[in-house]
Write a protein that binds this ligand. Sequence first.
Ligand SMILES: Cc1cc2nc3c(=O)[nH]c(=O)nc-3n(C[C@H](O)[C@H](O)[C@H](O)COP(=O)(O)OP(=O)(O)OC[C@H]3O[C@@H](n4cnc5c(N)ncnc54)[C@H](O)[C@@H]3O)c2cc1C
Ligand code: SF4
Length: 510
Amino acid sequence: MVDLVIGSGPAGVAAATALLARGRQVLMLDGGRELEPKRAAARDRMAARDPRLWAAEERADWQAPQFRAAGGQIRRYGSDFAMEPAQETYAGGSDRFRLRGSHAVGGLSNLWGAAVLPYAAADMAGWPITEADLAPHYRAVADFVPISGRADDLASVFPALDLAGSTPLTPSPQAERLLTMVAGARGRLARAGITIGQARQAVAPGCRQCGQCLHGCPWQLIWSARQYLPTLQADPNFSYRPGVRVVAFEEEADEISLRLESGETVRGERAFLGAGVLESARILLASMPGLGQLTLRDSAHGFLPMLHLWRAPRRPDRGPFHTLPQAFAELRAPEVSGHLIHAQIYSWNEFFEADLLSRYGRLPGTGPALRALARRLLVAQIFLHSDLSARVSLTLARDGRLAAETEERAETGRAFDAAARRFAGAFRALGLAPLSAARRLNPPGSSFHAGATLPMAATPAAGQSDRLGRPCGLSRLHLIDASCLPAIPATTITLPVMANAHRIGSAAPL
Ligand SMILES: Cc1cc2nc3c(=O)[nH]c(=O)nc-3n(C[C@H](O)[C@H](O)[C@H](O)COP(=O)(O)OP(=O)(O)OC[C@H]3O[C@@H](n4cnc5c(N)ncnc54)[C@H](O)[C@@H]3O)c2cc1C
Ligand code: SF4
């Protein structure tokens, strides 16, 4: 009998890869939304030419849809295909919660930032799985997800990610200078509890440094699960049904059945639920009425802008460069958090200028000064562990959507301020002048790192799942997305989710 994988996002393809490697028959179902042909043609036209030959208007046209998007809506390739608007998911609005679902082929990986790290061993303390349990699965995932990066100081914090043979993306001019400053200040950074290294990204070799990463890579070098799907389809044991929505499941003695929105029932031996944490919660609440309510945990994030006091080797806003995160900074500060605090440092991108102009550009004549300021700006995106972040209560609304109620916590703001102060103090050694008064904690859900709705536990009780992601009381339904993580560490989420999904696919009983 067949194994059913719900979702073709990073979690779904990782679990399917592991199941196929065991010779299992796999049927994958997903929402099936694709980039519209007109937008795909625009992407291909961009990719057909050397970026140095693109006219300024072509770049502006490519970027315009993102600038026109409603707050919180992320567009890539000028399309909304990969991110559902709030009203699709939430009945009665999403409160202040910014997390969105996806019904796309490849899910949210069509528009992610591609920053990748494994979880640090210390952040998994008390979990029913260890860093060593995930290590072989990081390696298995790295066989099909290209990872750019280099072995630097961060390797000691994240030994589970082997970067031998990886090629780093070429840092932007500002990042190049920043990383040189980091090398000269290692001792001071270490005394401040901070380790900094070049960012690791899921980007294939051959980056053209065209600077369009935040609008959609014309060459599709930023990895997405959608691009990997044909590799799975080449396996005769794999079949795929796009364009379906699972609404509920039911376990029976020797099979599990999925109810689709169309009314059809699909049966299999086991089901691996990777519909993204919101859709997975909806399916769980609809299938297990006894749950009543689920608590989703968020990883808070905010911005710390900084001016660099040194000169970059060349103008930062003129290519070539990429606009993904340039560096990662990891802070250990037990008085602020019992877990790592993670920061991603971005150098110049067109959003800096747009943000400054929209906030401070109303006075006539300020434009040139603000543009010059934007060229001196670096921004650290600071992430906190879920223990210090908001929680969101999810229940099933009458119409089958989710009702979300966010519980914000005073300690989030306090911890963010304290973390920003610690980073700001240490970053001065790098020739940076932090603009601490302009730091900004963003609304819950805007990190897009959330989950732990049915956390894995060694001896699961109601509201928890076992080491194989099976909610307490079930034996054939495995959660494979971030829903089953025991907590949400501050570092990047997707690589550990994929490794865990691959682990569950490798170990689920036959
Ligand atoms: C703007 C943005 C930037 C991000 N940047 C980063 C980053 O830099 N690093 C990082 O680690 N993470 C990042 N993330 C988070 C990352 O995208 C997610 O962690 C990841 O995509 C989750 O994978 P998933 O497979 O669990 O779910 P998803 O990617 O959400 O995929 C869900 C899948 O389930 C299918 N599906 C949904 N509902 C149903 C249903 N009812 N029936 C059948 N199929 C269904 C969908 O079609 C889709 O195939 C970012 C997210 C966003 C939005
Ligand atoms: S800079 Fe970004 S968008 Fe351009 S080729 Fe490189 S990864 Fe793709």
